[in-house]
Design a binder for this molecule. Structure first.
Ligand SMILES: *[C@@H]1O[C@H](CO)[C@@H](O)[C@H](O)[C@H]1NC(C)=O
Ligand SMILES: *[C@@H]1O[C@H](CO)[C@@H](O)[C@H](O)[C@H]1NC(C)=O
Ligand SMILES: *[C@@H]1O[C@H](CO)[C@@H](O)[C@H](O)[C@H]1NC(C)=O
Ligand SMILES: *[C@@H]1O[C@H](CO)[C@@H](O)[C@H](O)[C@H]1NC(C)=O
Length: 598
């Protein structure tokens, strides 16, 4: 920070210097010499800023990782980090992809960026607003070099919305919300096209390479090529897994990988599990590469899901949030309470379960504080919804985060808010169809969990190497503390029946994590307090930015690739746009009749 101040002061001093150019040059030389000396001594004394590796899983359920009590899907690499770092046990995210990613990147609730309703569709002429400064840009200001591997899903209709224009130095991955893991095409509403990029180029050469492997290879190569002169590294690893692929092959993964998990009876669950296991393996490879480059000991690794899991066929997928209620894109705990952990030797109080509430928007200020960006943060905090909980994480101090707005969506007529121990939820996103409890609970017998797998995994070995993996007994204790159980089975009790715009329900969510007991009638005063808070927040909402699909975005006009279509057309003419929604019908008919047959 000192460096920036001195450099900025340079302007006025130079202006006030009235002698000849030669003198000015001499002065400047001296000035820069002094500056570089200052800079050198600062880097020698100040501890190096930590590398930040943010690993985001897609659509991973709360019950799909071992550290929350499941013994079904092997996630030993993720679990080893969880036991050695901090398990974020009350970690909240937005209920669906685009809103969640927008909160991560901006440190703001989606209601404050217009991203609160549904997802971004690939043919929509919109993206995360360009006036929003995002995480890699803030970190780059603090000296970081930023890279992304994998899914973006925050806008690509014009190039300026894509990662290379928003702070990332490289991107190997895809722009839309999902694709096939082998052919890399994305089917959306009868439109079909290739969605895989290397930077801004279409990555035809990656055809046939499994997406999780492509993401892992790019991540590993970014780490391998990282040099101290580039400053600290920010690497955003944004997995496709375990999001489903296209309808013709919703759960793409090799038969070899599926066969390793024959203990899972349900075939589609087994395929989903194999996709998750591949992602877990990727985590191990990244941790191993960090150690090989001597970067691990000065790294912060975050693992997080973007939203709750799509269970029992939702999105053609088979995740599990059991015993939590609801699924992805609902405001129940199963939609918003996510699997998450943070690992770093910088955390002084590690090997613990954090029971304080955290929201995904907190990462931006938290990581900025970890990166020494106090001054920039002081400027910012008024405009953010996120709060830095860095001190909470490092020293086990109380968290400033008490209230979490889960969403306000006046199009679907749903909203939810948590304040302290209480949660209010009103409305529903699917007319009540996804408001129940969904399996599979999976195998949860602690004796069937394979502790040796944790020890033998790549990250397990690295944790042992750093002497950070706790004893088996401590791992067992942590895992038990992070396992949610319901009172008397998960579908008992007076549940809340929600309809769109219906009366709110109230849960004491800390004691009733499965949202079984609606206390709205017993605690009218608490309900009133939460309603008032929601009304207050509601006055700050900006309108959702959703747009009708532009039929001219169809990949069939672009060599069957999803592309930055907005750069090809004139969007200043309103009449053209209106005409295009008529066109859309024709495109859809053509697509249905002629182009795509699955
Ligand atoms: C992406 O492009 C760069 C520059 O052309 C190249 O060096 C790199 O190998 C490519 N990556 C992949 C995964 O194809
Ligand atoms: C804080 O904000 C002011 C005014 O926008 C700006 O000039 C200054 O550079 C900012 N400081 C930091 C450290 O970002
Ligand atoms: C938020 O305010 C708008 C505009 O006044 C209103 O139409 C809407 O119903 C409110 N939403 C909630 C959840 O209170
Ligand atoms: C489609 O591919 C051809 C041949 O490579 C190329 O000349 C053309 O520019 C491409 N069109 C678009 C819209 O990308």
């Amino acid at each position: 920070m000192k460096y920036t101040c001195v450099q900025k002061g340079g302007g006025p001093i130079r202006q006030g210097f009235n002698s000849s150019e030669a003198h000015t040059m001499q002065f400047l030389l001296l000035f820069w010499l002094l500056l570089s000396l200052l800079n050198a001594s600062e880097t020698a004394n100040a501890p190096a800023k930590p590398h930040i590796i943010f690993i985001l899983a897609d659509d991973l359920g709360f019950n799909d990782v071992g550290f929350h009590g499941s013994a079904q899907i092997p996630t030993p690499n993720i679990d080893a980090l969880a036991y050695s770092g901090i398990i974020l046990n009350r970690y909240y995210v937005a209920p669906i992809c685009t809103p969640s990613r927008s909160a991560l990147m901006t440190g703001k609730y989606p209601i404050h960026t217009g991203m609160q309703h549904s997802v971004l569709y690939a043919a929509e002429p919109r993206g995360l607003p360009l006036h929003e400064k995002i995480l890699p840009q803030y970190l780059n200001d603090l000296g970081y070099t930023s890279h992304i591997a994998g899914k973006w899903h925050l806008g690509h209709w014009k190039l300026e919305y894509t990662p290379l224009y928003r702070g990332f130095s490289s991107h190997v991955g895809f722009w839309s919300g999902h694709h096939d893991y082998n052919d890399h095409t994305a089917v959306e509403k009868h439109l079909w096209g290739l969605d895989m990029r290397n930077g801004t180029n279409v990555a035809y050469n990656l055809h046939g390479q499994y997406t999780t492997d492509v993401i892992t290879r790019h991540s590993v190569s970014v780490i391998a090529n990282h040099e101290a002169a580039m400053g600290p590294l920010f690497l955003y690893v944004s997995h496709a897994a375990g999001h489903s692929g296209n309808p013709y092959n919703p759960l793409p993964v090799s038969d070899d990988d599926v066969m390793k998990l024959n203990h899972i009876i349900h075939y589609k669950r087994r395929r989903y599990a194999a996709m998750v296991a591949k992602m877990d393996d990727s985590v191990g490879q990244i941790v191993e590469q960090l150690r090989k480059k001597n970067m691990l000991e000065n790294s912060i690794i975050v693992f997080s899901s973007d939203n709750g899991g799509p269970a029992q066929g939702f999105n053609l997928n088979f995740a599990s949030n059991s015993p939590l209620r609801g699924v992805k894109n609902t405001l129940w705990e199963g939609g918003v309470r996510a699997a998450g952990l943070v690992w770093s030797p910088l955390l002084e109080k590690r090997r613990r379960v954090l029971d304080e509430t955290m929201h995904i928007s907190d990462w931006l200020p938290t990581l900025m504080e970890a990166a020494g960006g106090h001054a920039a943060l002081a400027n910012l905090s008024q405009s953010l919804d996120g709060m830095s909980i860095w001190k909470t994480l490092v020293h086990d101090l109380p968290s400033p985060r008490k209230t979490v707005l889960h969403n306000i969506d006046d199009i679907w007529g749903s909203a939810a808010l948590t304040v302290g121990d209480w949660k209010m939820i009103q409305g529903t996103n699917y007319n009540g169809r996804w408001d129940g409890w969904y399996g599979p609970a999976g195998e949860r017998d602690p004796h069937l969990y394979d502790w040796n797998l944790v020890l033998k995994s790549r990250s397990g070995k690295e944790m042992v190497g750093l002497n950070m993996l706790p004893s088996r007994a401590d791992q067992q204790r942590l895992r038990a503390a992070a396992t949610v159980t319901c009172q008397g089975g998960s579908t008992q009790g007076a549940s809340c029946v929600a309809t769109a715009f219906s009366a709110p329900c109230l849960f004491r969510v800390r004691d009733d994590p499965c949202e079984q007991f609606n206390l709205a009638e017993q605690y009218p005063k608490v309900l009133e307090l939460l309603r008032a808070e929601l009304q207050h927040i509601n006055t700050t909402v900006v309108p959702p930015s959703n747009q009708p699909d532009d039929p001219r975005a169809s990949p069939m006009y672009f060599n069957y690739t999803w592309t930055n279509f907005g750069d090809y057309y004139d969007y200043t003419n309103e009449a053209v746009l209106k005409q295009s929604s008529v066109l859309m019908d024709n495109v859809e008919k053509t697509a249905k009749n002629k182009v795509i047959k699955f």
